[in-house]
Design a protein. Structure first.
Lengths: 501, 98
């Protein structure tokens, strides 16, 4: 494999800036890799090669002329297909938006472009970010580079797989119930959900507006922190954006000092239903943090067991409202407009043809939960549970600096295994959901391979709102020590992918 | 909680999705299992608990009342399924009897 592909984003940026490598060369290498392995992995829904090379040429010229460039200038990145990028299609993995070209850039996209990052394509995802396996994409599943018959997680399976397959060093995901962290966990990569309001939702096609949050995906902790710093910060175009300085994520990622840190292990997020290899690697990682000087405390969060049921009421309720805009009138698919049918009939026929099974399930559940007579018992009660989960976090963070748990109960399962068993699929998000409901910062870091199947295990770190830097401090401590123990990155052990000739 | 295919058909009508008969039969038992699972939220005694709609304590945000250019009409209409005379063209809205 070309050495450029294994180089971290931060090192690539330094070499491009020092003119040891050109951005064009770097983008070429990655586009070649994508052409070679993506027929098997299917991480991308759209590859924007020509524009990427033009951007790279412009950045190389800027550097040659001594002009100022951004911290990740010339480095390739993959954008989840739920964020708009003018001139490229945004489909959200749905037939209802197939071929739709947005007329504007998301704020996250704009910040990437302003920082001279090179967007090479849009990544596959579960339709409208509903799912934990990327199998709900209308354009076919993404395959986990660790084992092509396994799921890469979801909904951001494309972003995570593109990193593990060395197709790009950086990606952007969005996390509503774990869609950045769970894919990171099952692909051995790093994924961070910033504090709600830390990154802008402008130009992000909404799933559940009170939960959605864009965030960085990378192969190393420092790369993720560098990307975090580029995309985060106040945006007047998002009314829930936090008007406060971005936490010092870069400083934390460089430090990795956990001495004296109080780390809480969540009692409720382990035990029955957790794979032995997940429990083992999680336990070893906690032990490691202890030897690095952290104080480990067991912390009960009694309402976390109700997070999953509360989430699967709140999310469908919000999504059934948000997806009402796909009405066949102003954009996207239109079916059955024969001159006779009414707008309402066309709307119903289009939504039937354009939405997949999981989207339909959730819209119906949401419609039910919001209907009169059930509102208080379901949606109202779920919102109260949300308050209680938030209080569990507040109580915990009064005594500890961060909380930890496994990122997911199991490693990557086989494609097809849970596709028609929604409840089994929902259990993947057991550990990640509480942080979306409460809005605090949360991340997944790789901590090894489960002995029983040789597949990656992730450790989740949860920090108080606006203390995103603490995630990186813990992540960097783990990475530094584990990479030393492993004798290199975990991703060096991803099997060679068949290169299509 | 029993949910029949006919209940699902009523909900689908509210949600403007024309589900097929086969889908109604397939979805009803699945949705019933999901609703039974999420009904667990009722186990929590929460009568005196404030509902939480959002992770942040929010107040409305206003921007300065200054003119900003909007998207050009061609760009707005470019993604439309049908347009005519610089407008979105939509199917008929009123029925024959109206």
């Amino acid at each position: 494999m070309n050495e450029i592909l294994r180089t971290t984003a931060v090192e690539l940026a330094a070499k491009i800036k020092a003119r040891e490598l050109s951005s064009v060369e770097v983008i070429h290498a990655h586009l070649e890799r994508i052409a070679a392995v993506d027929p098997d992995v299917h991480a991308f829904l759209h590859i924007d090669g020509e524009r990427a090379l033009q951007t790279a040429t412009r950045i190389d010229t800027k550097i040659a002329h001594g002009e100022h460039v951004g911290p990740l200038a010339g480095v390739p990145l993959a954008l989840k297909d739920v964020l708009t990028y003018a001139g490229a299609p945004t489909t959200c993995g749905s037939k209802i938006l197939a071929g739709w070209i947005p007329p504007y850039d998301a704020t996250v996209t704009r910040r990437l472009l302003d920082a001279d990052v090179v967007i090479v394509g849009k990544t596959n995802m579960d339709e409208f970010a509903m799912g934990s396996s990327t199998e709900n994409s209308a354009f076919g599943p993404t395959h986990n580079p660790w084992a092509l018959d396994r799921i890469p997680g979801g909904s951001g399976g494309g972003s995570a797989a593109s990193l593990a397959a060395f197709e790009v060093p950086l990606a952007v995901g969005t996390d509503t119930g774990g869609s950045i962290r769970q894919p990171a966990s099952v692909t051995g990569t790093v994924g961070v959900k910033p504090t709600y309001g830390g990154t802008s939702r402008y130009g992000l096609v909404a799933l559940a507006s009170s939960l959605d949050q864009p965030g960085p995906c990378a192969r190393t902790v420092l790369d993720a922190a560098t990307l975090h710093a580029v995309i985060a910060g106040h945006d007047p175009l998002d009314s829930t954006s936090i008007d406060a300085p971005v936490p010092d994520v870069l400083g934390a990622a460089r430090s990795g000092d956990v001495a004296g840190m109080k780390i809480g292990v969540v009692t409720e997020l382990r035990g029955e239903g957790y794979a032995p290899g997940v429990e083992q690697r999680f336990g070893e990682a906690v032990e490691l943090l202890s030897t690095l000087g952290a104080e480990i405390i067991e912390v009960p969060c009694p309402h976390f067991v109700y997070a999953l049921p509360a989430y699967y009421l709140i999310l469908p309720a919000e999504c059934s409202s948000n997806l009402a805009k796909f009405d066949a009138m102003r954009f996207g698919l239109r079916v059955g407009d024969d001159g006779e049918a009414s707008a309402e009939q066309v709307m119903a026929a289009t939504r039937e043809a354009g939405f997949g099974a999981e989207v339909k399930r959730r819209i119906i559940i949401g419609t039910y939960a919001l209907s009169s007579g059930y509102y208080d018992a379901y949606y109202g009660q779920a919102q109260k549970v949300r308050t209680l989960i938030s209080r569990d976090f507040e109580r915990a963070f009064a005594t500890v600096d961060v909380l930890v748990s496994p990122s997911t109960p199991t490693t990557a399962f086989k494609i097809g295994e849970k596709v028609d068993d929604p409840l089994a699929m929902y259990l993947n998000d057991l550990c990640t959901i509480p942080s979306n409901l409460a809005g605090n910062a949360s991340a997944s870091f790789p901590v090894g391979l489960a002995p029983e199947d040789g597949l990656p295990v992730g450790l989740q770190v949860m920090a108080p709102p606006l203390a995103d830097d603490r995630l990186y401090r813990v992540g960097a401590a783990l990475e530094r020590t584990l990479v030393g123990q492993w004798g290199g990155s975990l991703l060096d052990r991803v099997p060679e992918l068949t290169v299509v000739g | 909680m029993a949910l029949t295919p006919s209940d699902v058909a009523d909900l689908a009508k509210l949600a403007r999705i024309e589900l097929t008969h086969a889908e109604l039969e397939h979805l009803a038992p699945q949705l019933e299992v999901i609703l039974d699972a999420v009904a667990r939220v009722s186990e929590v005694a929460a009568d005196d608990i404030e509902p939480m709609s959002h992770a942040l304590p929010l107040t409305n945000v206003f921007r300065d009342d200054v003119l900003r250019p909007s998207l050009p009409r061609e760009q707005v209409l470019a993604g439309a399924p049908a347009s005519e005379l610089d407008r979105f063209r939509v199917p008929r809205i009123l029925g024959e009897e109206a």
